[in-house]
Design a binder for this molecule. Sequence first.
Ligand code: NAP
Length: 255
Amino acid sequence: MTHRILILGGTMEARQLAGTLAARADCSVTLSLAGRTENPIAQNVPTRVGGFGGAGGLAAYLNDMRIDLLIDATHPYAAHISANAAQAARMAGAPIFALLRPGWDPVEGDRWSEVDTVGDAVQALSARPRRVFLALGRQEVAAFEATPQHHYLIRSVDPVQPKLAVPDADYLLSRGPFREDDERTLLENHRIDVVVSKNSGGAATYGKIAAARALGIDVIMVRRPVLPDVPSAETVDALAAMVDHFVEPAAERGV
Ligand code: NAP
């Protein structure tokens, strides 16, 4: 029997999981991307691109494509699609697993202020002009037009269009992973004194946090959104093991 699996992706882990599961002869895997990135990294599994049209649209897709298992491997800050996924799975009666990498915890030497939203991060910047590194998605940086007195360094995978209506901003196009040494050089060269970041977790984007700590730079950390409570794993291997149990129940494995 072939198990039809839909993976909601947009993360490195989703790509890795799709590769792992696609190698199984008893699984047929489709990876779903939102279509935000202009040139996404090539996938070696069948991929569909674009929204489903809300939870109802996703539930209809699960039914139409006879999906046996939905895996939400989206970014921890992609809260809408995760809520839709949990709701769609309920509507379609399909099981759902989530792959959710753990967040970072502050350690000795970190100078974090934690806030709930990007809007709160804007408010958390002082009135006096600062040199701010925005390590956020290009959709989120527009909120900083409300505080145009700061210098901004904005890094994104695709160009920020339109550019921010602020007098002093530098733009950098780059795709992670980012090494701590390179992040330190970047912060020093741009004389950054505060970093605004999401608590994405994982090693690929931790370099700027470690570099900020080493340089004694403030970090405004946007807390994670609340996500639906579904069976989950923190790593690709752990999620793949959950799929093993789903595909081959204990009796079939001779346990
Ligand atoms: P979001 O706000 O949670 O979702 C907005 C809408 O985009 C969803 O309602 C859905 O549209 C569509 N969508 C999102 N992910 C999708 C997927 N994997 N496949 C098909 N449709 C999807 O999402 P977001 O924060 O904009 O993130 C978009 C994508 O970028 C996600 O795949 C996420 O994993 C990735 N990403 C996000 C961040 C971040 O910080 N938010 C960082 C890195 C990567 P419909 O309602 O029409 O189905």
